[in-house]
Ligand binder design. Structure first.
Ligand SMILES: *[C@@H]1O[C@H](CO)[C@@H](O)[C@H](O)[C@H]1NC(C)=O
Ligand SMILES: *[C@@H]1O[C@H](CO)[C@@H](O)[C@H](O)[C@H]1NC(C)=O
Ligand SMILES: *[C@@H]1O[C@H](CO)[C@@H](O)[C@H](O)[C@H]1NC(C)=O
Ligand SMILES: *[C@@H]1O[C@H](CO)[C@@H](O)[C@H](O)[C@H]1NC(C)=O
Ligand SMILES: *[C@@H]1O[C@H](CO)[C@@H](O)[C@H](O)[C@H]1NC(C)=O
Length: 724
């Protein structure tokens, strides 16, 4: 009913009596046909549960105007027509994944030509949008197709629905262009096309939609200049074009959109400067221009805009005019981003006047000095000060905040111990303190932060051998303690949700704890450059969700367990630089069998492995890097190595391999680094191969690339958080 309310109150639609295109009994049978075709085209994963119970009232014995989700016109039963269908979220959610519905089931609805409101949102209908079908519904005023799986382009017939005031096709799979025919939709108040794959230029004719109040096209692939005709849309209140590929300057007259409250152009490729006309937009509340290529000084008049609540202009090529000594803002912001705006000196104190501030991003500037006490006292939700030169210890006051959910202080020069009261800030979700000079132990109180999802303390000087004990049911999923000075046994006091555990470059010792198997979601375990010893346990095979296992440069002994082949989605296996003995298990051929899309790296180099290279190695089709160097492998190189069609780097050097290099290697077209030096090989080098020494740089390039990926995914999490 909410949408109907919208239809009547927001648009102020006056309902006139409509001529009967289809008699009412016929409309009823069309609706029953629709219900029947929904049921017949949908396969339920569990036949015992009715999927369309929301349509239970739709039966042949009752009046269709009394059915749920059906709205009729006149109360005079002889003249009654179906005018509105609220058909959102039709299928009951019986499984976690939404059940896709067949778009063809919609056919019977297209004969109900009296329809003015049709809400089909959140149904995951698949297929193209029927042009002839919707084109039939020429009285349509309100059409909501949001959150389906409609694909293909917007059919031209849709542009002929001249009474349309509300069109929402967001969150579908639509592609193709928005054509100049959009001009026919002159009655549109709301146009939402966000989260599709629409492309091409935005037509100048968009400027004909004089009634438009909301234009939301974020999250598409629109290119080219923002049409200057956009400044004709004088009724516009919301203009959201974030996350497209718009280029060139922002139209200089954009400030003439005097009703605009929300202007979002972030994440495009816009150049030029922020148009000065914006300062005249008296109703503007949110200005989001982040992550473009805008240049020039940060305009000081922005701080005079009284109504502004959100000012996000970071991540451009702008600089701060350092002749401006102090700013006296006239606004009360709740969100501020001046990321990479060339700020120097201390954290600007004028920010303390923004009493309602909740989100602050001053990352990638050249800020110095300590963490200001006034900032700690402001009780912000998100504080992002990464990539500056801030120093000193953290004020304990910061962690008495009851609002803090994101704290990112990475890549600064902060030092001292982490405050013992850190756990009092029990609303933190992302805590990123990496790349500083923090020392001392990890405060035990961190485990009190029950909402914590990501804890990154990497690259500091933290030490100690006892760690916070998290509740097994806590949410914490990503833990990075790498590159510190921790010692003792591998801690196992993380929650069961642990997905990524990075403990590399410390002084951990002892053997691999059995409790690793408690983490049934573990995807990424990196323990390299420690002093962990003992045999590789068989229970490793139980970590079946592992994608990355890096145990490089420890003191593991004994054989490679056969069960390791059960790790069927492993992308990266690095057991190099240990003291492993025995043969390479033939079962290795079953490893990494299923996933082919990403770089796959097995590295067993620098051990004492002996025996022959198993023929099954040729089954590792997706492999890009195979390194068996510096072992005691003997026998021939199996010709099956020639089946590793994706391999780019193959290092078999420093072993005791004999015989000749198999001819099959010449077929490996992706191979750029082949090192078979320091063996007992004889015969010719196959034509087509390049003999080269193993380029260790290329190995590190791949792993470093991975780490880069990991840290960028942190950043991703963080920016998602910002958008909340
Ligand atoms: C049909 O639905 C109405 C409610 O709309 C209900 O009262 C009636 O019992 C139903 N009849 C049958 C045969 O299910
Ligand atoms: C359009 O509506 C008429 C009834 O008014 C119907 O006969 C026809 O099949 C409809 N067209 C489509 C494509 O559904
Ligand atoms: C890091 O902190 C230690 C004290 O724990 C200090 O001696 C050292 O100079 C600091 N290093 C840097 C780069 O600030
Ligand atoms: C290991 O896991 C068991 C439960 O499986 C638990 O009782 C025990 O405390 C854990 N040990 C450590 C050191 O975490
Ligand atoms: C191996 O790890 C030790 C610490 O256990 C470290 O000192 C050494 O530099 C590492 N070697 C390499 C090649 O990274």
């Amino acid at each position: 009913m909410a949408n109907l309310y919208f239809l009547y109150s927001h648009i102020g639609l006056i309902i006139f009596f409509l001529p009967c295109f289809l008699s009412c009994p016929d409309q009823k049978s069309a609706l029953l046909l629709f219900k029947a075709s929904l049921v017949s085209t949908t396969t339920s994963p569990d036949s015992s549960i009715p999927i369309f119970s929301s349509l239970d009232s739709w039966n042949s014995t009752s009046d269709c105007c009394h059915w749920d989700r059906v709205v009729c016109s006149s109360s005079d039963s002889r003249l009654r027509m179906v005018q509105g269908l609220n058909l959102y979220s039709l299928a009951s959610r019986i499984v976690d994944d939404p059940l896709p519905l067949d778009g063809k089931a919609l056919m019977p609805l297209f004969s109900i030509r009296s329809l003015m409101l049709l809400d089909l949102s959140s149904n995951f209908f698949e297929g193209g949008i029927s042009g002839v079908g919707f084109g039939n519904l020429s009285k349509m005023v309100f059409l909501n197709l949001m959150q389906n799986k409609f694909s293909g382009s917007i059919p031209p017939q849709l542009y002929r629905l001249r009474y349309l005031q509300y069109l929402d096709m967001s969150s579908n799979l639509l592609s193709g262009a928005l054509t100049s025919e959009v001009r026919f939709l002159g009655n549109l108040r709301v146009l939402k096309l966000d989260s599709n794959s629409l492309s091409g230029k935005l037509p100048e004719e968009i400027g004909n939609l004089k009634m438009l109040q909301k234009l939301i096209i974020r999250g598409n692939n629109f290119v080219g200049q923002i049409p200057t005709s956009i400044v004709n849309l004088k009724s516009l209140e919301t203009l959201d074009m974030r996350d497209n590929k718009f280029t060139m300057g922002i139209p200089s007259d954009i400030g003439s959109l005097s009703n605009l409250m929300y202007l979002a152009l972030s994440k495009n490729k816009l150049t030029g400067t922020i148009p000065t006309s914006i300062q005249h937009m008296e109703k503007l509340e949110q200005l989001e221009l982040e992550n473009n290529l805008l240049g020039g000084h940060v305009p000081i008049w922005l701080f005079d805009m009284k109504g502004l609540v959100g000012l996000l202009i970071g991540g451009n090529l702008m600089t701060w005019n350092n002749s401006v000594k102090s700013v006296k803002p006239k606004h009360m912001l709740s969100r501020l981003s001046l990321k990479s705006c060339g700020l120097i000196g201390e954290v600007p104190e004028w920010i303390s006047s923004q009493k309602t501030l909740n989100f602050l991003d001053l990352s990638k500037n050249k800020l110095e000095g300590t963490f200001p006490l006034w900032l700690a006292e402001m009780a912000l939700g998100s504080i992002i000060l990464s990539d500056n030169q801030l120093s000193g210890s953290l004020p304990p006051r910061l962690f008495e905040s009851l609002n803090l959910s994101v704290l990112d202080l990475s890549r600064n020069n902060f030092s001292g111990e982490l405050p013992e009261n850190i756990g009092n800030a029990n609303t933190i979700m992302l805590l990123i303190l990496s790349d500083n000079n923090f020392s001392g132990e990890v405060p035990k109180s961190i485990s009190k932060i029950h909402r914590l999802l990501l804890l990154d303390l990497s690259r500091n000087k933290l030490s100690g051998n006892t760690f916070p004990v998290f509740d097994p049911d806590a949410f914490l999923a990503v833990i990075d303690y790498s590159s510190n000075d921790f010692s003792g046994e591998i801690p196992t006091t993380f929650p069961q949700q642990t997905r990524i555990l990075l403990l590399s470059n410390n002084r951990f010792s002892g053997s691999l704890p059995k409790n690793l198997t408690n983490w049934t979601l573990l995807e990424h375990l990196d323990l390299h450059n420690n002093n962990i010893s003992g045999e590789l346990p068989e229970f490793l095979s139980k970590l079946s969700t592992l994608r990355v296992l890096i145990l490089r440069n420890n003191s593991f002994t004994g054989p490679i367990p056969k069960g390791i082949s059960k790790l069927s989605i492993l992308h990266i296996l690095d057991l190099s630089s240990n003291d492993l003995v025995g043969g390479i298990p033939t079962e290795i051929g079953q490893l990494m069998g299923k996933v082919v899309e990403s770089p796959e790296i097995p590295n067993l180099s620098g051990n004492h492995l002996s025996g022959e290279i198993p023929v099954s190695i040729g089954n590792l089709k997706a492999i890009k890097l195979l390194n068996l160097a510096y072992n005691n492998l003997s026998g021939n190189i199996p010709s099956s190595v020639g089946k590793l069609e994706n391999v780019e780097t193959l290092d078999l050097s420093h072993n005791k391999l004999s015989g000749s290099i198999p001819e099959s290697l010449a077929k490996l077209h992706q191979l750029t680094v082949l090192d078979v030096s320091n063996n007992k090989l004889t015969g010719r080098i196959p034509v087509g191969c390049q003999m080269d020494t193993m380029n260790t740089l290329s190995y590190y390039a791949i792993t470093a690339g991975y780490v880069e990926f990991k840290s960028s995914s942190h950043v991703q999490n963080r920016s998602n958080q910002q958008n909340q």
